[in-house]
Design a protein. Sequence first.
Length: 142
Amino acid sequence: MTLEASEDIIDRALLCLLAPQPAPISEVTFVKKKKFRRTKKMLCQQADENLKKELSSAKVSIIERLSSVTLSVCWSDATSGYFGEQVWRMGFARVQSFCALSGMPIRIGDSVFRPRVCETRAPANSHRMILASSVRMSLPRP
């Protein structure tokens, strides 16, 4: 008898898979899907938040000022690695970002320091910047 009951269950399961019964109309409810489109402003805000989180984990310290336009910086970060005495050069910001030293916003055209990039290789933190005004405030006066 148990064999017949198990065969009956298998037959019913196969029939349900091959020919499913439609649900009664009273049980079906339709929910209008909300339209959601990411705007350019939202994407920029997300990128800014991600960059702030990423920079907050970086440990940055200025070792010494090598010249009027170069610094020696110690950079340590879980994603880009460790750079003991990395040379950073002064220039102008080409994109908006945040200062790796102070966290202040950087606007296009601000005077900043960036890691020196060679033609053959670029360091992992080559897109990071430090505001020149932050460097002046953090260096001790002679």
